[in-house]
Design a protein. Structure first.
Length: 326
């Protein structure tokens, strides 16, 4: 970030941060190496400085390059295998080269705010943050292979974290918000990679978004089989690992009205799966109220602690039809 203080560019302001130094602003003069500090913001959470992060790159089985940012707790000991959370948001690309481009930087100052999944790092989890889940193909038909591609990407992320000696393959969870929640439900429905999931403010029945979603150009009537295939609601009987659904009851996003979570909850519960549905009054697509933020973090930690960190066994947990957790 650069802001000019003079029209001729002779003086300007830059923003500087590092993994251990909080963002501050500096004044520069052209032709001089000297700077003047404009701000002196202290570290707002020094107790987080022990957290480490690392940009990790790897490849999917089909050769597509992927990446995630690995966050480890402050007291992590090398070689220790931790309960691990994969947090992601799928994106669409027309080619593998573009999909493999790395965004962001491991040199940014680490902050944790609001409902951030990084709060889980403070609770003893490894977090594979922003694990890339590209859906690649012709823009007109790429979602025909959406399921296969996100499952392959998730498997590649887990394999890499296990190979690094960080993740315990028997204690892996998955989570996401909005389109990431849609991904989470699909991964639980179509793979056995995860012990549990957290899905916030998602859409799970694509027949309720019949005129397209994300970059999908076709309507429900033009591609009915694809709409059914990518809807985890249609595979609710296959979701045998526990899933926590969270939704703001005033969600103003056109594709993620609360009925999406309500109906998925009923479908999973009716089929004997383990599901919990948390409603946040007056919250929109993102959650802002202090009570809502704290409650969301509480629910996420409790859920992952119960079903991932302290997972009872490697067998999918189920109940009798009509049962469930509520």
């Amino acid at each position: 970030m650069t802001v000019l203080l003079a029209d001729d560019g002779s003086r300007f302001i830059t923003r500087h941060e590092s993994p251990t130094g909080p963002p501050n602003f500096l004044i520069h003069s052209a032709g001089s190496q000297e700077t003047t500090a404009l701000t002196h913001f202290p570290d707002p959470a020094p107790q987080l400085r022990g957290i480490t992060k690392q940009l990790v790159t790897y490849k999917r089985d089909d050769g597509v390059p992927l990446s995630f940012t690995l966050y480890l707790p402050a007291n992590y000991k090398k070689g220790e295998r931790l309960p691990t959370i994969v947090w992601a948001y799928p994106l669409e690309f027309s080619d593998a080269g573009t999909a493999g481009q790395v965004a962001g930087s491991p040199n940014r100052f680490t902050t944790i705010g609001g409902i951030s999944q990084l709060f889980l790092v403070t609770q003893g989890y490894a977090v594979l943050d922003d694990a890339t889940m590209p859906v690649i193909g012709d823009p007109d038909t790429m979602n025909n292979t959406y399921i296969e591609q996100v499952v392959a990407s998730a498997k590649a992320a887990i394999d890499k974290a296990v190979e690094m000696g960080v993740a315990d393959r028997d204690r892996i969870g998955v989570g996401g918000h909005s389109y990431g929640a849609f991904m989470t439900a699909n991964l639980l429905a179509h793979s056995d990679l995860f012990r549990a999931g957290v899905a916030r403010s998602g859409a799970y029945n694509r027949t309720l978004t019949p005129f397209g979603f994300q970059s999908e150009r076709r309507t429900l009537w033009e591609a009915p089989e694809m709409y059914m295939k990518v809807s985890p609601f249609m595979y609710a009987d296959k979701i045998k690992h526990p899933i926590l659904l969270i939704h703001g009851m005033a969600d103003d996003n056109s594709g993620t009205f609360p009925i999406q979570s309500e109906r998925l909850y009923q479908a999973i519960k009716g089929n004997g799966g383990i599901v919990r549905y948390v409603q946040l009054p007056y919250e929109a697509h993102g959650y802002l109220g202090r009570e809502s933020v704290e409650h969301t973090l509480y629910e996420m930690v409790n859920w992952f602690d119960k079903w991932v960190k302290n997972a009872p066994s490697s067998t999918p947990a189920t109940t009798t039809a009509g049962g469930g957790t509520n």
